[in-house]
Design a protein around this ligand. Sequence first.
Ligand SMILES: [Zn+2]
Length: 186
Amino acid sequence: MFVHEFLRATQRCGYGLRTGRSASGYLRRALAIDHSNDRTKAFGWNNLALTEGRRGRAEAALQHHRRALAIARRLRSPSAVRTVLLRVGETSLRIGRPAEDDFRQALRLARDARYPMHEALALDGLAHATGELGYWREALAIFTDLGVAQADLVRRHLADPAGRWCDLCPATAPVAVAVAGPVGVR
Ligand SMILES: [Zn+2]
């Protein structure tokens, strides 16, 4: 698997990615999936999935996210599962696939664990998935409380919810594509 993925990554770097920085980023992500630490491996697949999603490769992205989620669940690591679910939601928004369930699961787990950063990220995702501004208001309260930069981004969304400046917002998302099977649902 390692050699296969490495070659694929190298090939992609040759023609697909524009800058050396993103090429090395891709390689780094590809290498992480063969790491001996399963947590690192799960995040490696998850990040590789994000990269594929950003490049519009929906099937590959969802396949990699499924692997990441399976590893995270096998590890029985709630924080790893939440991290993967949040990213599954992000990819889903990006490729025009329903994302609400992924973010709802992440939100439930974040609240169970009392982990406000993930709670706010899940709320931001839910706002994107449903268009309900109330989720952004909830997210803003938490981000502000935490004193993190994400608060500004949410403020910008609330000030201009129909804006076309965010690549995850419905206004700029691609038309839904037919991709089989849920990722985040057990
Ligand atoms: Zn947005």
